[in-house]
Design a protein around this ligand. Sequence first.
Ligand code: GDP
Ligand code: MG
Length: 162
Amino acid sequence: MLPVIALIGRPNVGKSTLFNRLTRTRAALVADLPGLTRDRQYGIGRLGSRPYVVVDTGGIGTTPSGIETLMERQVQRAIDEADHLLFLVDARVGCTPEDLALAQRLRRLGKPLTLAVNKSDIGNPSILSADFHQLGLGEPWTISATQGMGVHDLIEQVLEHL
Ligand code: GDP
Ligand code: MG
């Protein structure tokens, strides 16, 4: 069975953008097929040295942000199924109370976890990531899902630990 990587994070941090970048071939194919929902939750990862499954916990974006939203059953199921959690935060917004609450909860699970500061294209990555040290998850990876910056290195590091 392929290893499963779940994208976790508040609405709007860039989970679906990263999902599309990681799964690009399949995602493009899906988008081209009429009648199929574009709201795909699972995809085969293409970026990186071996295949994997990516889960986009996209459904949580339809209700107001907050930790209750993040705890929805769907997200919990994605977390349960995952071999590795990719926790995304937003460099443009900085560290929020929801990020802190989510970090605390994710840390308690004891699952392999990688923190990535997305949207790092908007400024100096090391300055942008500094705010997220308070999450207590170590030095974050800085990435840009839209531009691709750092995404390959990030996924290779995750695959190494699967
Ligand atoms: P999700 O709710 O976590 O799935 O977030 P989306 O993938 O839908 O992205 C939310 C918004 O952030 C969209 O307008 C994206 O274009 C934007 N976004 C996502 N990734 C990046 C990035 O790396 N840099 C910048 N500047 N914007 C991004
Ligand atoms: Mg989404």
